[in-house]
Design a protein around this ligand. Structure first.
Ligand code: TYD
Ligand code: MG
Length: 453
């Protein structure tokens, strides 16, 4: 039987079907399936002797080791990349529209050009003149960066082949289109083809390629997840609108730790690096107030102090509200349940709001105790003692579990002038004698000690 020549692809998850339907079986979304022509297959190639030959690991001598990473003046970006840009690597930078991706990458282009790399910036969204204008506004008008405004993948690859840059920045993959693919730019097949071609270019020619990808409203890079699997490194540029902080986070990195963050501040002259994020995140904090608790967290390899804010108020609704910004909603439900069943503190009939200040997002379970402290402090309308940091994981039994890197968390808190820490029993904390440590075994003990309940 002849193979079907047309494919129906879900524009949300990338699942392919042989016929159209209204709802995708893969992800359950409605009206996301579109007809797309498959990639043209081309004439079958003869296998070449020697291609795909296996080499013993021990035979790889040092001459074949890849050239070293390049560090730039943008230390926060280098940190997220794992200590600089790796040659021949493919990097995807995702983020909401308008969050500052083009600004960041133009600054990165200039920084790597100043570090001696040959950089080409390909914009599919703006004309070269507009990019030049933006560069001038950022004070980068003199940077040795080549610009190209192009969306045809074949033209871009030809240009890159001629120019042989050390770094090519492509903004964005959603605007690129390949004439091998029959569907519109931005569709799953086009995005996949563009990411594939650019990644192969990076591997074949030894150039690093940084691609920009827009993010859909549910926070994924538009196009299928397969794009994330193709590249070596996936970074997300995130932040709340209305806040000046921007966080670059590595969610995948073949050449460095994942979950590393770089912190930037938006200014009129572009993004400024923030070398001491804790000080920045706490800068908006006023006097100790009910519901406000400072959490000593770890982001990637460094400790970051952030303020958690909770508000608990009688609910006019039959189903009280649970609203979370910057933390996991189901984790909040779990902590409320533990407070209720293990400590006898009910939240029924009360609206609960939890916010991580400064637009930070926290995913560590180590924040459990700080969240519980903020909720209790808001509920009892009692502020925690001043200059106190809190961290620790809460188990369903109400026991407090020690968390990793206790020492680093305490050191950072001490550096920022905190004198007391509330933390679980256990866990090493040798080098922080100057701080008063209040260690608790379970949540009830914590409630009794701090709130006298
Ligand atoms: P832009 O880099 O164009 O965002 P994206 O490429 O993610 O869509 O930035 C959006 C707007 O914000 C743009 O008008 C420039 C402005 N901006 C600043 O003024 N200062 C900054 O530090 C940043 C990052 C952006
Ligand atoms: Mg842009």
């Amino acid at each position: 039987m002849a193979k079907p020549t047309l494919n129906f692809v879900c524009q949300s998850c990338g699942a392919a079907f042989s016929k159209w339907s209204g709802r995708c079986d893969g992800c359950g979304e409605w009206n996301t399936i579109q007809e797309e022509k498959p990639l043209s297959e081309g004439p079958a190639k003869q296998a070449l002797v020697g291609r795909g030959r296996a080499v013993a690991l021990t035979d790889l001598n040092s001459q074949e080791a890849p050239p070293p990473r390049t560090a730039s003046a943008l230390g926060e970006l280098d940190r997220v990349l794992g200590g600089g840009l790796v040659p021949a690597s493919a990097v995807l930078v995702g983020g909401d529209p308008g969050i500052g991706k083009s600004t960041l990458l133009l600054q990165a282009a200039a920084a790597f050009a100043n570090a001696g790399l040959k950089v080409i910036y390909v914009s599919g969204e703006e004309a070269s003149a507009q990019v030049r204008l933006r560069a001038r506004r950022l004070g980068l008008g003199e940077a040795q960066v080549k610009l190209a405004a192009e969306t045809n993948l074949r033209d871009i690859l030809t240009t890159l082949d001629q120019e042989r840059p050390d770094l090519a920045i492509v903004d964005s993959i959603q605007t690129m289109w390949s004439d091998n693919v029959g569907s519109a730019p931005g569709s799953v097949s086009q995005v996949r083809a563009a990411a594939h071609e650019l990644t192969s270019f990076a591997k074949k020619r030894g150039s690093a390629v940084i691609m920009v990808g827009h993010v859909t409203k549910d926070g994924q890079i538009a196009g299928p997840r397969v794009v994330e699997h193709m590249v070596d490194t996936v970074l997300y540029f995130e932040g709340e609108r209305g806040h000046q902080f921007r966080i670059l986070r590595s969610v995948k990195n073949r050449f460095g730790p994942a979950d590393e963050i770089g912190v930037f501040e938006m200014t009129g002259g572009g993004l400024a690096q923030v070398h001491n994020p804790s000080a920045l995140f706490l800068s908006e904090r006023g006097q100790p107030a009910p519901g406000s608790v400072v959490f000593s967290g770890i982001e990637g390899t460094r400790p970051v102090l952030v303020e958690l804010q909770a508000l608990v108020a009688p609910s006019p609704h039959s189903q009280p509200r649970r609203s979370v910004v910057g933390w996991d909603g189901s984790r909040l439900a779990m902590i409320l349940a533990v407070l209720e069943s293990r400590c006898g503190i009910p939240f029924a009939g009360l609206d609960v709001y939890l916010n991580v200040a400064g637009g930070m997002k926290i995913s560590e379970p180590a924040a459990d105790l700080a969240v519980a402290a903020a909720l209790l402090s808001a509920r009892e309308d009692t502020a925690l003692p001043a200059e106190t940091v809190v961290f620790g994981e809460i188990s369903l039994s109400g026991a407090l579990r020690p968390v990793g890197q206790t020492e680093n968390r305490l050191k950072e808190a001490q550096k920022l002038g905190f004198s007391t820490a509330i933390l679980p029993k256990g866990g090493k904390a040798a080098g922080s004698k100057a701080m008063k440590l209040t260690r608790m075994g379970d949540l009830s003990a914590f409630v009794g000690e701090i709130f006298g309940a």
